[in-house]
Structures are given as structure tokens and as C-alpha cells.
Design a protein around this ligand. Structure first.
Ligand SMILES: [Mn+2]
Length: 315
């Protein structure tokens, strides 16, 4: 019997839809391996996740707020979501390993290969954060590298052994660093006891505002390999400042919308979601229109006919 792939998402009220879409993307790309997906709700009461379970993928929803009420008061500088994230090794006491994923992600392939990564004595398998490193986030903690905490294959056993959850909470002493609060905490506390894996497993599209050559050199892979990864990474991290569920114009919309459409048509969801992309009619109008702003009313002429098109306002 193959190993169960355990995945955890932390979801606040604003991220219900992105979390459902991320889960849908996992469902679409692995019909074979067994998964247990946990959604930890932060101020989310409604379980709109477990109903999406399939033959091989069991989804559970947990709302843990009570346990953290007192903690939260003591750690004013840390969000509730970060408290959960710091405490994953304690929340999942019975497991030795779990894959933490941000909700602003889509998965384009099976997670089996990543999940089987041998962590040995490391705390986590992570991907380097090129933008963070170029901005020098690692230098303030005297580290050689800086990783993104949106995808972490966590070695829960070692984290518990070394009392890491408590150390992550203690990190609030460094609140002066402000930016990337929880990401800095993970970098600071994990130190360099992390295993760097391919950017295939956390491709931060919105952050990679560098030339293809720079990116390939940074991640130590060939240009052609980098092109392949950029086209369809195993895990696409929607790090754009504007998210595809808010605006269809962002570069990652196309990839994200594949799974959003599957979710929309998933009968188990039990309610109707609005379509996000343009209708064929709107696309045709746009093709003939000289103006490309999508959130306006267009008036233009085709063979002398005056045509008005009003785009749906972006949700
Ligand atoms: Mn993220």
C-alpha cells in the first residue's frame, strides 16, 4: 500500500473560494494516490470543503479557534492564521509529515513525487524565494538563503522533537522586521536546516520579475527546463499582488481558471458559482475593439453598425 499524502490548508473567510479551487486542482490531477486534505478554518464556520471528497481524496474541515483564543491575545503581532501555521506539528501530533500549502496555489500534477522527498534530519523541504532573497531578507538573519513559506513539506516529527512550534511563537520578539512576518519566522527558526527543492514545487509567478536567464541561473537549471517549469509547474503559487479570482487580467488567470471552471461544474459543491472568464460573445467583441480595458463599456463600429458591449463588473 502506498503512503497517504497528507496536505493542510489554512483558510480564512476571504480565502474560501481559492482554497476550494486549490483542492479541486489536486482532485483533477490525481485519481490514483490516496490523500487526506485538512482545511483549518480561521473564523470560517461553514464546512464547504469535505463534500468535495472523492474515492481517493478525503477532505476534512477543522475549526480550531477556541484553542487559540488565549494565545492570540498574547501574540498581537501575529495573525491567527500564522498561529495555526506555527503550531502544525502540535495540531497534527499523530503524523510525522505533512505538506503545507498556501491557498493561493494551484496544483497541476500529482503531489506524490514531492511528498516522497526524503527529509532526513531537515525540518522542511522548501523552495528558494528569489524576490525575497534579491531584496536581502536573509541577510538580516545572517543566512545564505531565504525560502518561501507558501509550500513547506514539514518534518513534523523533528519539529516536535526540537520544540520548534514554541520557538516560532517566540519569534514575535522580532516584530520590528514587520514584512513577511510568518515567512521571516520560519526562515529564522528553521535556520538552514531545510532542503531546497525545484521551483517546480512552488513557482512564484508574480515574483519572478527577472529575466529568464537570471531565473535559470538562480535556480541552477537550464533555460529550456526553466521555460518548461514556467509554462506548467507542478505547483503554481499565485503570488501576483492582484489575484486571479479578483481580476481576470492577471497572467495566472488562465491556469487558475481551468480549476475554477471544474469547481463550478462540480456537482458535489451544491451551489452555483459565477463564471469568471469572458463569454465567447465578449471575447469576440474584445477582439474587434480597439480599447482593451475590460471593466468599461465599449462602443465601437463593425461594418457601420454601432455596437455597445457592457462587461460584467469584476467580482
Ligand atoms: Mn501565498
Amino acid at each position: 500500500m502506498s503512503e497517504v499524502i497528507r496536505v493542510v490548508f489554512i483558510c480564512d473567510a476571504k480565502y474560501v473560494l481559492p482554497t476550494q479551487t486549490a483542492i479541486q486542482s489536486i482532485i483533477c490531477n490525481d485519481k490514483k494516490n490516496l490523500y487526506e486534505i485538512f482545511v483549518l478554518g480561521v473564523d470560517v464556520e461553514n464546512d464547504v470543503f469535505s463534500r468535495l471528497s472523492t474515492k481517493n481524496i478525503k477532505i476534512s474541515f477543522m475549526s480550531l479557534q477556541d484553542k487559540y483564543q488565549s494565545l492570540n491575545a498574547k501574540h498581537l503581532y501575529v495573525s491567527k492564521a500564522a498561529l495555526f501555521k506555527f503550531d502544525l506539528a502540535e495540531i497534527f501530533k499523530d503524523f510525522d509529515k505533512i505538506l503545507y500549502l498556501d491557498s493561493d496555489m494551484v496544483v497541476n500534477r500529482s503531489l506524490k513525487e514531492l511528498y516522497q522527498t526524503d527529509l532526513s534530519d531537515k525540518y522542511a523541504a522548501v523552495v528558494k524565494d528569489m524576490a525575497g532573497e534579491k531584496a536581502g531578507h536573509h541577510t538580516k538573519m545572517n543566512h545564505q538563503s531565504y525560502f518561501n513559506s507558501g509550500m513547506m513539506l514539514l518534518n513534523l516529527k523533528n519539529l516536535r522533537q526540537d520544540g520548534i512550534p514554541a520557538k516560532l511563537l517566540e519569534y514575535k520578539k522580532h516584530e520590528v522586521w514587520k514584512s513577511f512576518m510568518d515567512q521571516d519566522a520560519f526562515n529564522f527558526v528553521f535556520g538552514e536546516k531545510v532542503l531546497y527543492v525545484s521551483p517546480d514545487y512552488n513557482l512564484m509567478y508574480g515574483n519572478l520579475t527577472f529575466s529568464l536567464e537570471e531565473i535559470a541561473v538562480y535556480f541552477e537549471c537550464s533555460m529550456s527546463e526553466m521555460v518548461r517549469l514556467l509554462k506548467k509547474p507542478c505547483i503554481l503559487h499565485l503570488t501576483n499582488r492582484i489575484k486571479p479570482w479578483d481580476d481576470i487580467r492577471v497572467s495566472t488567470f488562465k491556469n487558475w481558471n481551468v480549476y475554477y471552471e471544474k469547481l463550478r461544474h462540480n456537482k458535489k459543491l451544491g451551489y452555483r458559482l459565477p463564471r469568471k472568464d469572458l463569454t465567447l460573445f465578449q471575447k469576440t467583441c474584445l477582439f474587434f475593439s480597439s480599447e482593451k480595458a475590460l471593466d468599461k463599456r465599449y462602443v465601437f463600429n463593425i461594418f457601420g453598425f454601432k455596437i455597445k458591449v457592457k462587461h460584467r463588473p469584476l467580482p
